[in-house]
Ligand binder design. Structure first.
Ligand SMILES: [Zn+2]
Length: 297
């Protein structure tokens, strides 16, 4: 893994302005509070800030130079190209939740914060719940409840510790509202020793537009001569024994989506319990006619 270097430069004080009315707008709201113009997903706007994109570009340049000195520049360029053209956002879901999602087009996919906040599910045990809210709050503030989590993948699979049903979202459904984080957010917070009262370091977030820079620079230190997409895919979505040991480029999707946003579905197993087996069987039955009808990206 790339040696982590910190850049704790405070946020520049320049305010964001609405391109419609010209007034100062909140960087954490989607709609301008003056004219209600759609400013775009706030997580993507945060990733597009110049100081972020410059740090990511710098990381990419350093990694490319390293690949040249190690004699793996051909693999590095091919990896960056594969990420640009062939990587997609995948979410891993427990069978029971995936079944409900596939059964009804009116069902919207919800994240943990939204489910707990709306009273649909109980919180995780206190320590986990508190850490989850601390991490998502530091990353997103009040709009943490709007974020759905997935990973960026080169091989159609997400992290299996989150469930056996791996749902690939259409690029068109996410590319304007997804941002990416260098690592599983829990791990990254521990590695960077992020505290509540310090700015989050720059250079660890990107958008759909510059994702190849973040991914290629992250994977470069372990890039081997002669390696190919199979190895890169396994490094990009690296399953640990537990969620704590999972490694990934985390995808943050602003707001929800329904089954029409799905491009593909894969399964890591057919279920272990009787309920899971039944749920997965039904998901396959529901998905099959959609796939057969020429489901378009
Ligand atoms: Zn405005």
């Amino acid at each position: 893994m790339t040696a982590i270097t910190l850049n704790r430069t405070p946020s520049p004080p320049t305010p964001e302005r609405c391109s419609n009315c010209g007034e100062e707008c909140s960087e954490s709201l989607r709609l301008c509070q003056v004219c209600s113009f759609d400013l775009g997903a706030p997580n993507v706007r945060a990733a597009h800030r110049l100081i972020q994109t410059e740090e990511v570009a710098k990381r990419f340049r350093i990694a490319r130079e390293s690949s040249q000195s190690r004699g793996v520049s051909r693999e590095f360029d091919a990896l960056a190209d594969a990420v640009e053209r062939e990587s997609h956002v995948i979410i891993a879901v427990p069978a029971f939740a995936a079944r409900a999602f596939f059964q009804d087009r009116r069902t919207l996919y919800q994240g943990y914060e939204a489910l707990v906040g709306s009273g649909v599910r109980t919180p995780a045990p206190q320590d986990f719940d508190a850490e989850r809210h601390a991490v998502s709050g530091k990353l997103f503030g009040h709009y943490a409840k709007n974020i759905r989590y997935g990973v960026l993948s080169l091989n159609n699979y997400s992290l299996k510790n989150y469930g056996p049903v791996h749902i690939q979202l259409k690029d068109i459904a996410v590319k304007n509202r997804v941002s990416f984080l260098f690592e599983n957010s829990y791990l990254l917070f521990r590695q960077l020793d992020v505290r509540a009262n310090m700015p989050f370091p720059f250079g660890y977030k990107c958008s759909w537009l510059n994702k190849k820079e973040l991914v290629a620079s992250k994977l470069e230190p372990n890039l081997l001569s002669g390696s190919s997409k199979t190895e890169w895919g396994n490094s990009l979505v690296n399953n640990g024994k537990t969620r704590d040991e999972d490694r990934c480029i985390e995808a943050h999707i602003y707001d929800s989506f329904n089954v029409d946003a799905v491009q593909n579905v894969e399964f890591t197993d057919d279920g272990t319990s009787r309920h899971d087996k039944l749920d997965i069987k039904i998901i396959k039955e529901l998905w099959s006619p959609r796939k057969a009808s020429g489901w378009k990206p």
